[in-house]
Design a protein around this ligand. Structure first.
Ligand code: C2E
Ligand code: CA
Ligand code: CA
Ligand code: CA
Length: 272
């Protein structure tokens, strides 16, 4: 751009061009990543606040791009744009089942929660296919859990209720992820057959000093309780936060205070 005397239009269009090029390249690489088995799952502990015991793990997708571990925010949108999310989503479930079985064989009994993209749930017979996938892996229900974002639920509530019903009847625990960010109406919340609400990190941040957030968390825990739902607090980073949440009656917590997402071998050290 400099040879044009700092002409802004040229500078920006070059940048835009580079970005498009990067995106195309990334998409091609992602297509190969699945075949080359470059995806992996990290696991973050989920702790029961009352007992401080690790009761489960959340599987979080990573991409090993030539030794660099790429976080999901960098590539999930691209997977969604290119339809690859369906294949990768299936891989996530199969890998989580495999891990649950490996851990079980080592005497580690844990539930594993997988995140499901709203696009995956738009496919007809999603719930039925999901159950087939799990049973196909030789995994009964009970160890695999499903996290669905609140915004995905609100996009098509009636359909989601049907999906959640099928999963629940088959023994799958379901969670509303990022709760508080998607404007659920109370009327719907009461109708949703889910196990728990995951209070988004944004609202846990800064408590107990942040009084607004503290009130939001309090209210959420109480609403959940009155509807017979459990609560999970995300993004718990301090001892103080864990204690407050426990006092408020929040059931479970996740966050750096209890453990960051790590590869499965490292996860095992959390629970020994
Ligand atoms: P999420 O489901 O809300 O996951 C929680 C995110 O918060 C994770 O980021 C986790 O590493 C991070 N986190 C956990 N505890 C703390 C904490 O104490 N402090 C802070 N600052 N952050 C914390 P991650 O792993 O980068 O995942 C980001 C998002 O990517 C997830 O948000 C989820 O929406 C999506 N994602 C991850 N794996 C999958 C997947 O397999 N499929 C789909 N469709 N989406 C996925
Ligand atoms: Ca999640
Ligand atoms: Ca979240
Ligand atoms: Ca999220």
């Amino acid at each position: 751009a400099k040879e044009f005397g700092g002409n802004r239009t040229v500078y920006y269009s070059e940048t835009a061009e580079r970005e498009v090029f990067e995106k195309v390249k990334l998409r091609t690489e992602l297509r190969r990543a699945l075949e080359r088995e470059e995806f992996l799952l990290y696991y973050q502990p989920k702790v029961e606040l009352r007992t401080e015991k690790v009761v489960g793990a959340e599987a979080l997708l990573r991409w090993n791009r030539g030794g660099e571990i790429v976080p999901p925010i960098k590539f999930i949108p691209l997977l969604e744009e290119s339809e690859l999310i369906h294949e990768v989503g299936e891989w996530v479930v199969r890998e989580a089942c495999r891990q649950a079985q490996e851990w079980r064989s080592k005497g580690i009994e844990l539930s594993i929660a997988v995140n499901v993209s709203p696009l995956q749930m738009k496919v007809p017979l999603f719930a039925e296919s999901f159950m087939m996938l799990i049973f196909g892996c030789g995994e009964g229900s009970g160890s695999i859990e499903v996290e669905i974002t609140e915004s995905a639920v609100m996009e098509d509530v009636e359909r989601m209720i049907e999906i959640l019903k099928i999963l629940t009847v088959r023994g799958i625990r379901t969670y509303i992820d990022d709760f508080g960010t998607g404007y659920s109406s109370l009327a719907y919340l009461k109708k949703l057959p889910v196990y728990a609400l995951k209070i988004d990190r944004e609202f846990v941040k800064g408590i107990p000093q942040d009084e607004d957030n503290l009130e939001i968390v309090k209210a959420t825990v109480n609403i959940a309780k009155s509807f017979g739902l459990k609560t999970v607090a995300e993004g718990v980073e301090t001892r103080e936060q864990a204690e407050i949440l426990k006092e408020l009656g929040c059931d479970y917590a996740q966050g750096y205070y209890f453990g960051k997402p790590v590869p499965p071998e490292e996860f095992e050290s959390y629970i020994r």
